[in-house]
Write a protein that binds this ligand. Structure first.
Ligand SMILES: Cc1cc2nc3c(=O)[nH]c(=O)nc-3n(C[C@H](O)[C@H](O)[C@H](O)COP(=O)(O)OP(=O)(O)OC[C@H]3O[C@@H](n4cnc5c(N)ncnc54)[C@H](O)[C@@H]3O)c2cc1C
Length: 390
């Protein structure tokens, strides 16, 4: 996959950043690309690939080196996530989990002992995790969760259920959230580390979902699950903040994956359009097609610039919540429109599993929902603009 200069020159990279990017590119082309279609069809991510990725340190991301990670800056992290997502954004989900939904809470709120026991093997790819926030009746409204816990001697006991939780087939443990007293709102919520094989935990994967098919997603039932005290993450009552502490790196990863997928859809369209002859001329010769290609490219470049700007802001040590919301929402909306146009230019072939734009199209819709639905991000940005949030 050669770079297309107009698309790729927008952020100058250091030689180290570029070397890492090229290493991921080569691995993705050689080892990941041949497996993507089958993994999607079987609705199962190849475990062997996770082992190979672990061998290259690809789960290390933002996790500090002392906890087994790569200690990357946010811009480099974004670049390598995007690079993997150009081939397979689910492999990029796996790369991002130790730095975001699963590992960020451990990194920010875990005790030294918890970091060594859970975060370190996560960053090395020796353990895998899942992040259990969403419930059947609360998604966007995280504080509305109803999974309950009580203290019982030295233990905590959890009961309730989670829905739409990813990585059920490979997760060794979940970071999940429960309330001691619903009337306390977000102050009643605590975070827990729940081994996937703890008595009382039942996992029920869904089948045949619209997109993101190669990662197993489903329900988690918790029936009087007993956890030792050292499975509480953070203090009691800090759970909402543990969850929110993970969203920033999570949103950066989703935006980066969306840019990678949009780039892939455009690349495929640029390869297909000159080859397909209609009315005696290449589809790429039609002015209407050229306008589509230009708009797609402008979307990819602007989404990448916005994502990199948010990453750079994070690298200064500043919070970047509105910038990350803009990047997540914008990049996923760009992906949706680029994927739609990519299928359009491919005509009927764009709906065939033979062409990956069909998969990108199905996955694009899901990007607009996960890691905060785009309506929620627009609300958040507007509230910052209006001074309702600081
Ligand atoms: C493939 C997949 C994988 C997932 N993986 C995970 C995972 O690993 N862990 C996890 O915890 N969750 C996961 N999710 C769940 C995801 O995070 C939620 O779908 C998302 O947070 C939205 O919640 P919801 O689906 O309950 O939508 P709802 O909250 O029910 O919202 C429905 C609609 O109403 C809109 N809406 C809600 N509130 C407002 C408002 N105030 N103003 C305007 N519009 C509003 C929303 O934007 C949305 O369009 C996954 C989802 C999918 C599809």
């Amino acid at each position: 996959m050669a770079d297309i200069p107009v698309l790729s020159d927008c952020t100058p990279l250091t030689p180290e950043q570029n070397d890492l990017r090229l290493m991921v590119r080569e691995f993705a082309a050689d080892r990941v690309a041949p497996l993507v279609a089958e993994a999607n069809e079987r609705e199962r991510f190849p475990r062997q690939l996770l082992t190979e990725m672990a061998g290259l340190g690809l789960f290390g991301g933002l996790v500090p080196e002392e906890y087994g990670g790569l200690g990357l800056d946010h811009l480099t992290y974004s670049v390598v996530i995007e690079e993997m997502a150009r081939v397979d954004h689910i492999a990029a989900v796996y790369m991002s989990m130790p730095s975001s939904l699963v590992g960020a809470g451990l990194r920010h709120y875990g005790t030294e002992e918890q970091k060594k026991r859970w975060l370190l093997p996560l960053a090395k790819g020796e353990l895998f995790g899942a992040g259990g926030v969403t419930e059947p009746r609360s998604g966007s409204d995280v504080a509305g969760l109803t999974t309950a816990y009580r203290a019982d001697g030295d233990e905590f006991v959890l009961s309730g259920s989670k829905a739409w939780i990813s990585n059920l087939d490979n997760a060794d443990f979940l970071i999940t959230f429960a309330t001691r007293d619903k009337s306390l709102g977000r102050k009643g919520i605590s975070a827990f580390i729940v081994p996937a094989d703890a008595p009382g935990v039942t996992l029920r994967p869904y089948r045949n979902k619209l997109g993101f098919r190669s990662i197993s997603t489903g329900d988690v039932f918790l029936d009087e699950v007993r956890l030792p005290a050292d499975h509480l993450l953070g203090e009691e009552g800090q759970g909402f903040y543990v969850a929110m502490g993970a969203v920033e790196s999570g949103r950066l990863a989703v935006a980066s994956r969306a840019v990678g997928q949009a780039h892939a859809a455009l690349e495929d369209t640029l390869a297909y359009a000159p080859e397909r002859v209609v009315f005696g001329q290449a589809v790429s010769d039609f002015q209407l097609t050229k306008a589509k290609l230009a708009d797609m490219a402008t979307g990819v470049v602007t989404a990448r610039l916005l994502t990199h700007a948010a990453a750079r802001l994070m690298d200064t040590g500043d919070r970047a919540r509105p910038q990350l919301s803009m990047a997540k929402q914008y990049a996923s909306d760009v992906l949706q429109s680029v994927a739609t146009e990519a299928v359009q230019v491919h005509g009927a072939y764009g709906t065939s599993p033979e062409y990956r734009v069909s998969r990108i199209y199905r996955d694009a819709k899901v990007f607009q929902l996960v890691e905060g639905a785009n309506e929620i991000h627009r609300l958040l940005v507007a509230d910052y603009l209006l001074g309702n949030r600081k």
